[in-house]
Design a protein around this ligand. Structure first.
Ligand code: SF4
Length: 701
């Protein structure tokens, strides 16, 4: 047998949101020694990317937390402790901070990495027992603009499209997405569709990414100006009468204001701002509107911007005026980042209450309070701070204590020199993570070792709303515990935790979520699912209502043209462009762009430990245009110092035509690198930072 595998165990990949079904091979001692894709799975059909192929190595990777550890001050030595003492200490500190400074003085920032049932349980704990309103997820750094844009356009979060749309579309625009490196298996699905049936592939990206190299048309846009391009495309479509009038009249509101707004964005004016020539704008507008079915996908190039939410609404506007929502091949589809960023949006309560319910809605507060058995007045009446507001509130002394669950802001937040000083101000910082050596743990008072991914049970929802099951393939490392267990045990230490029932198992938590999801008008309906059925079907898309059969959910939302606003209509929203980015100038003449490489995931807490991922991508580097390098006398494979208004970083130069003369690109995964330089101005709707629109200068070392 391959690598002495005695048994293959089914589970789901724990990195990106593609949702690949995998099997982990165990040897005769029960050690994980191999990973392979599941051929019968709809999503990946047996394929995996490099991260998935070596995922079994994670269980015994270096840096795992063995047991809870505590210390009085971050400069003291760690003291090992037991779980009861650690959780007593944590509950005591939370109560102390809340009694001295108010309930909201303790904040919680979670993740997109844990199971949906764990998110639901954490929400119950934070909203129902601890009672702080300053609770958010690190998804504010990645998908918040998509969430905000969907809500503004359609009245609810939830991606309308699916991977199968690639098989039906007649034209695809990818906005700020380097699919072959970010989501290789989704890219492979798209490539398969293109091999069967050719259709135009248009990639909008300031950099000549791998995806741009495969495109029929590459639009090297000026950073942060997507809204201008979108308005210009709509200008051409409306000026040439290519819109779908019937769809607009039947299913949308706000057309007149949108029409008036895009009048100002004729291709000649737009070209001057967004850097795409007028003829190309006209050509792309005609291709998209006349295609038959057209779809747009996007990732961080849109979301991580001061116009992130507007960029998503702009994509939805374009699709709504051309009748491309809810039909096979005609759709908007955000390509999500983390394996369960969708699950946190659906069930964690970090932006509201479970099941896409809002704190601002009295009926929603009442429903959940009754279901949990607590007083409705315990809930705040509007959501609290986003992650990107919680950290500045530590600086001002508003927040005194912080609990980080599987997130590593010392590497992932913009302007990390400032984040370091911020974390040093906390009275009490808890880091809960599978890895004790995450950079942020240097500043903590308590570390809770969590089980990793397939050491536990639960679900992830992928990019296309498919709920996948994670079965444990090995037992948790040392004394680490599933996050589900940690949340339930901590709850018992709070007054409301004695009143609220906390499920004993993830499957019981799933049953609670099913009850809360039921409703004829609800899109997020999982009432027909069970853990066993999800495993049997290798994933089920929601909605999957009670009574549905066959283990196949609805692949698309809004197929009937009825949206989630009370009038059932989608909103067309006028988006005048305001240029508010930090731009290159005399002192800092280069745009600084950032993104992923295929070998690494997020801040390398996992992939940084895997031999093969490190072998192919061992060190941070900076892509620089050879002409710009020649002007500055900079050579290939030498080190330079990059300087921004926030800080500096030393990086290795890679000369390449992938970037224009006035831009450098750096992978975002590495500690003490690109985020020492980034600014991260916030989108006003989503509070997501603009990582990719900053300016730097280059100095020889
Ligand atoms: Fe895992 Fe994503 Fe790679 Fe699939 S594409 S194997 S889900 S990291």
């Amino acid at each position: 047998l391959d690598k002495k595998v005695q048994q293959w165990k089914y589970t789901t990949c724990g990195y990106c949101s593609t949702g690949c079904s995998i099997e982990v091979g165990l040897d005769e001692k029960g050690k994980a020694v191999a990973t392979r894709g599941v051929a019968s799975a709809d999503v990946n059909r047996g394929k995996l990317c490099i991260k998935g192929i070596f995922e079994h190595e994670l269980f015994e990777a270096s840096g795992r937390g063995n047991r809870p550890i505590m210390r009085n001050k971050p400069w003291d030595a760690w003291q090992p402790t037991d779980w009861d003492t650690a959780l007593d200490k944590m509950a005591g500190e939370i109560k102390r901070i809340q009694s001295q400074h108010g309930r909201d003085a303790f904040a919680v920032v979670s993740t997109g990495q844990i199971m949906t049932e764990e998110f639901y349980t954490l929400g119950k704990l934070v909203r129902g027992c601890i009672g702080t309103n300053n609770y958010d997820g690190n998804t504010t750094l990645c998908m918040a603009s998509a969430v905000s844009g969907y809500k503004r356009s359609f009245g609810s979060d939830g991606p309308p499209g699916c991977y199968d749309d690639f098989e039906h579309t007649d034209c695809l625009i990818a906005w700020g997405s380097n699919l072959p490196e970010q989501h290789p298996i989704i890219y492979w699905r798209l490539k398969e569709a293109l091999e069967k049936r050719k259709f135009p592939l248009i990639v909008v990206d300031p950099r000549v990414t791998m995806f741009a190299q495969f495109a029929d048309i590459h639009l090297p846009i000026t950073p942060g100006t997507d809204v201008v391009l979108q308005n210009a495309l709509m200008h051409v479509i409306l000026a040439e009468g290519l819109e779908d009038r019937e769809y607009i009249e039947a299913h949308t509101t706000g057309f007149e204001a949108l029409e008036n707004c895009v009048k100002d964005y004729d291709p000649i004016t737009a070209a001057r701002i967004c850097g795409i020539d007028e003829d190309t704008i006209r050509n792309v507008a005609r291709l998209y509107a006349k295609a038959g079915k057209a779809m747009s996908i996007w990732t961080m190039g849109i979301n991580q911007s001061t116009h992130g939410s507007d960029g998503v609404v702009g994509i939805n506007n374009l699709n709504l005026i051309t009748g491309n929502i809810g039909t096979p091949g005609g759709t908007s589809l955000s390509i999500t980042g983390q394996c369960n960023a969708m699950g946190t949006r659906e069930w964690s309560s970090c932006s509201g209450l479970p099941g896409y319910r809002a704190l601002e809605n009295k009926e929603h507060r009442k429903e959940i309070a009754e279901f949990w058995g607590i007083d409705e007045s315990f809930f705040p009446e509007k959501r609290g701070m986003f992650m990107t507001d919680i950290l500045p509130a530590i600086e001002t002394g508003q927040i005194k204590g912080l609990w980080l669950v599987a997130t590593n802001p010392m590497t992932s937040m913009p302007n990390t020199p400032r984040i370091r000083k911020t974390l040093e101000k906390l009275d009490f910082l808890v880091v809960q993570d599978a890895y004790q050596d995450v950079e942020t743990n240097q500043y903590s008072h308590l570390f809770l070792p969590a089980a990793v991914w397939a050491e536990k049970t639960g679900c992830f929802t992928n990019t296309e709303r498919r709920v996948n099951l994670i079965r444990p393939v090995v037992t948790p490392h040392a004394e680490s515990k599933p996050d589900f267990w940690i949340f339930s045990q901590l709850a018992k230490r709070f007054e409301n935790g004695q009143k609220i029932h906390f499920p004993e198992t993830p499957s019981e938590a799933f049953d609670e979520m099913k009850v809360l999801s039921k409703g004829s008008k609800r899109t997020l309906d999982i009432s027909g699912m069970s853990h066993d059925l999800i495993e049997e079907s290798r994933g089920i898309q929601w909605p999957y209502r009670e009574g549905m059969e066959g283990g196949k959910g609805d692949p698309r939302l809004y197929t009937d043209g009825v949206f989630q606003y009370p009038d059932g209509k989608a909103k067309l929203i006028a988006l005048p462009f305001i240029d508010n980015n930090e731009r290159p100038c005399e002192d800092y003449p280069f745009w600084m762009n950032s993104g992923r490489v295929v070998e690494h995931f997020h801040t390398r807490t996992r992939t940084g430990k895997l031999g093969n991922c490190n072998k192919f991508s061992p060190t941070p580097y900076m892509e620089m245009n050879p002409d710009a390098a020649m002007e500055l006398g900079i050579k290939h494979q030498t080190y330079v110092r990059l300087v921004s208004r926030r800080g500096d970083a030393v990086v290795l130069v890679q000369l390449t035509q992938r970037v224009p003369r006035n831009m450098v690109f750096i992978p975002f995964h590495f500690h003490d690198c690109v985020n020492r330089l980034s600014l991260g101005l916030l989108d006003p709707h989503s509070r997501q930072p603009a990582y990719k629109q900053c300016s730097v200068r280059i100095e020889q070392t």
